[in-house]
Design a protein around this ligand. Structure first.
Ligand code: BEZ
Ligand code: FE
Length: 271
């Protein structure tokens, strides 16, 4: 971001907010109340949460304009870099008795013309069956349900994890208070987070949701996008269970991703 663009945007933000204050005749008491909420989010470690709930989806959509890659979705406040690198066959790190139904996520990563991309890094993170993220919520093993793995020579990948539930974002702090004042609930539909990377292709940050899931139409973060809702297929045939070495029914999701080269086909139309 150039200094010039930063200045243009900051000046317009200032003008927009001043216009907004005059329009609503914001009093000093109301102004102080608003700055107190912002200060409280920092004290509660929620500054990312508040902004990501309200604004990140818009920035993600604007960034997507003109790109031919797969649909994108917000990163959210719970991404952490440097998740463990996994060895094949890939299993997201989990407790020996991890709650939740077993899920195999598989698919293929290609370029826009369908060429399979080998050696793509998939960096995946998700909530556990209680709706909690490791390294964020207390009393969870470090890096639980977070890991990085790769597509094979034919562009395909498969990872074993658990089916995540819909979850409520932390609602006891200032973000919950703001949402409460708006009369909104704090739930996100069940989802898997992924960042997909290849040195020659643009990084893709996305999420996968599940057909028929709760809160798809009322996500508190407004981050569900067409093309990101996958079918969760239940497998319970004895032969399928035996092939997977499992005793209980499990689920499968198949989802393919498209990346666009970093320099070609990534034409951004800026108004
Ligand atoms: C999440 O998916 O974890 C999330 C995304 C945006 C706001 C809050 C949470
Ligand atoms: Fe999430």
């Amino acid at each position: 971001m150039t200094i010039e663009r930063t200045k243009t945007i900051l000046e317009d933000l200032e003008r927009t907010l001043l216009r907004f204050m005059r329009k609503h005749k914001i009093t000093h008491e109301e102004y102080r109340r608003a700055t107190d909420v912002l200060v409280a989010t920092v004290k509660a470690g929620e500054e990312s949460l508040l902004y990501d709930v309200f604004f990140e989806a818009e920035a993600t959509d604007i960034g997507k304009i003109g790109r031919q890659a797969s649909a994108e979705a917000v990163e959210g406040p719970f991404y952490l870099p440097d998740a463990p690198k996994l060895e094949a066959p890939y299993l997201l790190p989990q407790r020996p008795d991890e709650a939740g139904d077993v899920l195999f996520l598989r698919g293929r990563v290609t370029s826009p013309d369908g060429t399979p991309l080998a050696g793509v890094e998939l960096d995946m993170w998700q909530a556990d069956a209680a709706g909690h993220y490791s390294n964020i919520h207390p009393n969870m093993p470090e890096w639980n349900l977070r890991g990085r793995f790769h597509s094979g020579s034919d562009g395909t990948f498969e990872v074993r994890t658990i089916v995540p539930p819909p979850y409520e974002i932390p609602k006891g702090g200032p973000t919950g208070a703001v949402l409460g004042a708006l009369g909104r609930h704090c739930f996100r539909p069940a989802h898997l987070h992924l960042k997909i990377r290849h040195p020659e292709y643009g990084e893709l940050t996305s999420q996968l949701y599940f057909e028929g899931g709760d809160y798809l139409d009322s996500d508190v973060a407004n981050a569900v996008r067409e093309g990101l809702i996958a079918r969760l297929v239940r497998r319970d045939h004895p032969e399928e269970l035996a092939a997977r070495g499992l005793r209980k029914p499990y689920f499968e999701v198949r989802f393919d991703f498209k990346l666009v080269p970093r320099h070609a086909g990534d034409v951004r139309r800026r108004a």
